[in-house]
Design a binder for this molecule. Structure first.
Ligand SMILES: NC(=O)c1ccc[n+]([C@@H]2O[C@H](COP(=O)([O-])OP(=O)(O)OC[C@H]3O[C@@H](n4cnc5c(N)ncnc54)[C@H](O)[C@@H]3O)[C@@H](O)[C@H]2O)c1
Length: 418
């Protein structure tokens, strides 16, 4: 039986969402065409631990078209779209174990269920599945030839495992492909985080003071788009170079202890825990809104917030009110989890076309090169990254120049200036 979902009768709605996404993912469509011909993943199982929503379903279809069977669960207990899970549940080649609102125990049980299919390749987002395999499910290494990782936080964890000599498989760092980070983390998060916040709250951004913690790939995208909508943006950073960049990009830069007093809306995008904590909540204005864009729900310290709270209630879907001992009310969106996925549909389809094209081609690369790669974190091969960019340009109908032979010779000649 193909797994467990909340409500199989939602399948039709799920297929409509998938169709909407599929039509806007031309790079994956191109890859799928080749996969159907070549069947590069014939007969193997791919384990997937990703946000179970429409774009992910198109990646699932692409891997199925390559001949693989799929075992899939969510990479976050709150981000599964039940209709999409129900649609995947109708496919013979797919085992889906996912529903919105999993308990922590169910979340890990479902990861275990995916691993029990003994996948040959794992596609992970945040590295929970890879870490689980290493610490609690070593049988999986009988079949597993490698994994791919989708996000910054996951890559950080895997690099730490590699440094400590704990990593047992090669992992492709999809996050840092240029056709991923430059678009997904920056434009994707920039747009979808704002979309999630607006859907949850229905507030006006123009004129609001918005504090963005972290001016990395995601933070930059969020800050720029907020500014474009008329918000006054304050950036908090710990890296002096990024802080300087934010300053020269025209944003106010200050520590959170100062920003806490003046912000109307706070957004964390750091990948680090306790970025907003007790001392900051105590300073915040009545009505301040808190949202997180980072991978785990640790950036806004919910335990500190609860410790200061006398009463809590849900005031809108995805919006929790915390009435503090000082009488002020703070509003937490999406339980402090990825606001763009919990309160919205996640990244725009067009950017996930590129991220998931990198995923599909990296899975193929791992399988074709099985036995030849060391247990370490590898970048996405340059040819894959550039192929994805070229296909995307083609889909947009954009042509570019090419170096002439003379130009190529010129830039590789050390005497070029003489
Ligand atoms: N919401 C999404 O859909 C989505 C998409 C991509 C990445 N992510 C996640 O978002 C997080 C950030 O990813 P990224 O690619 O921007 O990483 P990044 O490393 O490019 O940026 C993080 C920034 O946060 C800064 N920072 C660290 N600690 C801080 C602190 N205490 N206060 C202020 N700034 C601090 C760092 O100096 C860095 O500039 C990660 O957890 C990543 O997995 C989420």
């Amino acid at each position: 039986m193909p797994g467990e979902v909340k409500d199989p009768s939602l399948a039709e709605e799920g297929w409509r969402r998938i169709e909407w996404a599929r039509r806007r993912m031309p790079v994956l469509a191109k890859i799928r065409e080749r996969f159907v011909q070549e069947q590069p993943l014939e007969g193997i199982c791919i384990g997937m631990v990703l946000h179970v929503e429409a774009k992910t379903a198109v990646l699932v279809e692409t891997l199925v078209a390559a001949g693989a069977s799929i075992a899939i669960t969510g990479c976050n207990p709150l981000t599964t779209q039940d209709a999409v899970a129900a649609a995947l549940y109708t496919l013979d080649q797919v085992n889906v174990y996912a529903w919105r609102g999993e308990t922590t125990e169910e979340y890990y049980t479902n990861i275990n269920r995916v691993l029990s299919h003994k996948p040959s390749v794992l596609v992970d987002d945040g590295a929970d599945a890879i870490v689980f395999a290493h610490t609690r499910c070593s049988e999986v290494f009988e079949n597993l030839v490698g994994a791919t990782e989708e996000t910054t936080t996951g890559v950080r964890r895997l690099c730490a495992m590699e440094r400590e000599g704990r990593l047992r498989i090669p992992v492709i760092d999809v996050n840092d492909a240029r056709t991923k980070t430059l678009f997904d983390n920056r434009y994707g998060t920039g747009q979808s985080v704002i979309d999630g916040i607006l859907r949850a709250t229905n507030v006006l951004l123009a004129g609001k003071t918005v504090v963005v913690a972290g001016y990395g790939w995601c933070g930059r995208g969020i800050a720029r788009r907020l500014a474009g909508m008329g918000a006054r943006v304050i950036v908090c950073e710990v890296d002096p170079v990024k802080a300087l960049e934010a300053y020269m990009d025209g944003f106010q830069v200050m520590p959170m202890r100062k920003a806490a007093k003046i912000g109307d809306l706070f957004i964390t995008a750091t990948g680090v825990r306790d970025v907003i904590r007790r001392e900051h909540f105590e300073q915040m204005k009545d009505g301040a809104i808190l949202a997180n864009a980072g991978h785990f729900n640790v950036e806004i310290s919910i335990s500190d917030l609860e410790a200061l709270t006398v009463e809590t209630r849900e005031v809108r879907s995805c919006v929790q009110e915390f009435r503090l001992v000082n009488g002020r009310r703070l509003y937490l969106l999406g339980e402090g989890r990825l606001v763009n996925l919990v309160c919205g549909d996640g990244h725009p389809i067009e950017v996930m076309d590129m991220s998931f094209a990198n995923q599909a081609l990296s899975v193929e690369y791992l399988w074709r090169n099985r036995g030849r790669l060391e247990p370490r974190v590898y970048p996405v091969p340059k040819e894959i990254d550039e192929y994805v960019a070229r296909m995307k340009l083609q889909a947009f109908g954009v042509e570019i120049d090419e170096l002439t032979d003379e130009q190529r010779a010129y830039i590789s000649d050390w005497q070029m200036g003489t």
